[in-house]
Design a protein around this ligand. Structure first.
Ligand code: GDP
Ligand code: MG
Length: 603
């Protein structure tokens, strides 16, 4: 039976532990790519790779390997590489029967190692523990093997040792993949059923999907149905990733490949979806979930003249990333823009970076916020809103507190792994962030794992940076969804000389409202340019002033008369002045330049 010679597997690792390097080495070793210059990271450099989704990925590939006179088909299924993509990783893993758990021997087990291990463990996958970077003098092989034993019950003799960079131990590793990972359970006689575990956008072909065929077979011309969208799609092309798309005539049960099926964009090819053939519906794979953005931010062109270019750039990036939610937004100060929803804070940062690097976009991204669930009471009010619970993504959309019965905020479970000496400072940081310690375990000499329950709102701003700073870069962090919890949320508004500045309104936890109000007043005092008169800066909560600052008037402008004489110079100055004014916002009698808002609102 040919399925006996198929293995579907993934590499899971903490960032920088060597996943891409190992993927390259496996491809090289099995002859998919020619032997590259040392450490060249061939896959990461492919054009198709750059055009893919938001994460920089090692990419799924089919390898062929001879073992004991038998050729095996090894499907290396890629998983996205960072914390915001737990769901996507779990879907990719469900297309496999086993994983290589790769741990940097100089670093030991880190937060994402733990998160990924449990995803694989809970999915009942075969786990091949592997230490990488054993060529380095600083590797602590013994210690890390012990950590793996303490934390995951992995027997020391099971642990393989490799250097992905130098290609040491790769043959043994391939042998382990063949021996320890079972062939996919599947049935070619049953109706066609496949898991869609990845997709990307191609200019000419639309969405291209990676699928793992569970049962049956698929050939060109067949018509398939998405269990989620219920849309029909004719299969125009199919094949293997080798590592570039390589056409074949059919895909059979147990195999992994790509399909081009007239899907217009990645929203028609959602990760975790089940595909079947028209007239032969099947029970969908469990665990599908539509993308659920949790972090929202306003994105505006720094210059409104760039609006259309930015629109095109954002739309292109979104074609490739079905998890981003896009809504138009506008502000008196920042002009026309969008409110974008991301899976998490890193997802947002990567998107931002890609806009800047790949599209040369000059953007303003406002402070991120999280979705609150707001419950409303009173029959009349419920009727008016058409529901008794609304999602609030934007401070300006918060209903009058008088009709709110309860506010719930999103929570996460965060895992920190750190040298024990930073334990106290990390605990203090998490308490400052309204978190509480749930669990603490020693995982070896001088290293601990701490689990905190934290509000997502508190980690979207500067949590990562603070954690890194406190621990001199040694602490690693990973988090996952932990549902919603009741919360006390307060809306703070700001006035300049009694005129409200809507852009500045914010939703904060009640316990921090006054403190944050004060901080913002100081920021305004230091950023709003002085005028000829005094400006009162006020923060209010429910009409009450909770903080205030004064911006002193400036002295009479004595430089004004210096400009006399040269008429062209005078004209130029007037023109500059007019252009500047266009970028100003009038609040009462006060004109505030856009730069001021940018300084205050940006992250
Ligand atoms: P990823 O984030 O898990 O994909 O990690 P990469 O494959 O990008 O590797 C991170 C860094 O570790 C790169 O600078 C690699 O060259 C380096 N690296 C990976 N494997 C080894 C190894 O076996 N030995 C040494 N010395 N360096 C390695
Ligand atoms: Mg990588």
């Amino acid at each position: 039976n040919s399925v006996d010679f198929i293995r579907n597997f993934s590499i899971i690792a903490h960032i920088d532990h060597g996943k891409s390097t190992l993927a390259d080495r496996l491809l090289e070793f099995t002859g998919v790519i020619p032997e590259s210059a040392k450490n060249a990271q061939v896959l990461d450099k492919l054009q198709v790779e750059r055009e893919r989704g938001i994460t920089v990925k090692a990419q799924t590939a089919t390898l062929f390997h001879m073992y004991k006179d038998q050729e095996y088909m090894l499907n290396l299924i890629d998983t996205p590489g960072h914390v915001d993509f737990h769901y996507e990783v779990s879907r990719s893993l469900s297309a496999t029967q086993g994983v290589i758990l790769l741990v940097d021997a100089t670093q030991g087990v880190q937060a994402q190692t733990v998160a990924n291990f449990y995803l694989a463990f809970e999915a009942n996958l075969a786990i091949i523990p592997v230490l990488n970077k054993i060529d380095l003098k600083t590797s602590k092989t013994e210690q890390v093997i012990e950590e793996l034993n303490t934390m995951f019950d992995i027997e020391p003799e099971e642990v393989l040792q490799i250097s992905a960079k130098l290609g040491i131990g790769i043959d043994k590793l391939l042998e382990a993949v063949i021996q320890k990972i079972p062939p996919p359970p599947c049935d070619v006689e049953k109706p066609f059923k496949a898991l869609l575990f990845d997709s990307w956008f191609d200019k000419y072909q639309g969405a291209v999907a990676n699928i793992a065929v569970k049962d049956g077979s698929l050939k060109k011309g067949d018509e398939i149905v998405s269990a989620y969208t219920q849309k029909r799609h004719p299969v125009m092309e199919l094949g293997f990733m080798h590592p570039l798309p390589t056409k074949t005539n059919a895909l059979y049960a147990g195999q992994v490949g790509y399909i081009v099926a007239n899907m217009r964009n990645t929203k028609e090819a959602l990760i975790g979806d089940t595909l079947y053939k028209v007239k032969s519906p099947v029970e969908p794979f469990p665990g599908f979930r539509a993308p659920k953005p949790m972090v929202f931010a306003g994105v505006f062109p720094a210059d409104q003249g760039e609006y259309f270019n930015l629109k095109v750039a954002i739309e292109r990036l979104i074609l490739n990333d079905s998890s981003i939610e896009l809504n138009v937004d506008s502000s008196d100060v920042l002009g026309q823009g969008w409110r974008l929803g991301f899976l998490g804070i890193l997802h947002m940062e990567v998107f931002n970076q890609r806009l800047e690097q790949e599209y040369d976009a000059n953007i303003i991204i406002t402070s991120p916020s999280v979705p609150y669930r707001v419950k409303i009471f009173g029959e009349k009010n419920i009727k008016m809103y058409g529901t008794d619970e609304i999602m609030v993504l934007n401070p300006s959309k918060l209903p009058n507190p008088a009709i709110i019965s309860e506010v719930l905020e999103p929570m996460v479970q965060g895992t920190v792994i750190t040298p024990s000496e930073y334990r106290k400072d990390i605990t203090t940081l998490c308490q400052d962030k309204r978190g509480h310690l749930e669990e603490e375990i020693h995982i070896g000499e001088d290293r601990i794992l701490m689990k905190f329950i934290l509000p997502l709102n508190e980690i979207v701003l500067d949590f990562f940076d603070k954690l890194k700073a406190i621990s001199s870069g040694y602490a690693s962090f990973d988090y996952e969804d932990h549902g919603y919890q009741q919360s006390q949320v307060t809306k703070v508004t700001f006035n300049l000389n009694d005129h409200e500045v809507e852009e500045l309104s914010m939703l904060v936890h009640t316990s921090k409202a006054v403190q944050e109000a004060k901080e913002m007043c100081v920021k305004l005092r230091d950023n709003v340019p002085r005028q000829l008169f005094l400006i009162a800066v006020q923060a209010r909560i429910g009409g009450q002033v909770v903080a205030r600052e004064n911006i002193k008037p400036m002295k009479k402008d004595v430089t004004a008369k210096c400009y006399g004489g040269d008429i062209t110079r005078r004209k130029k100055l007037l023109k500059n002045q007019a252009e500047k004014l266009k970028k100003m916002r009038k609040i009462g009698k006060i004109t505030v330049p856009k730069e001021t808002f940018i300084n205050i609102l940006k992250r």
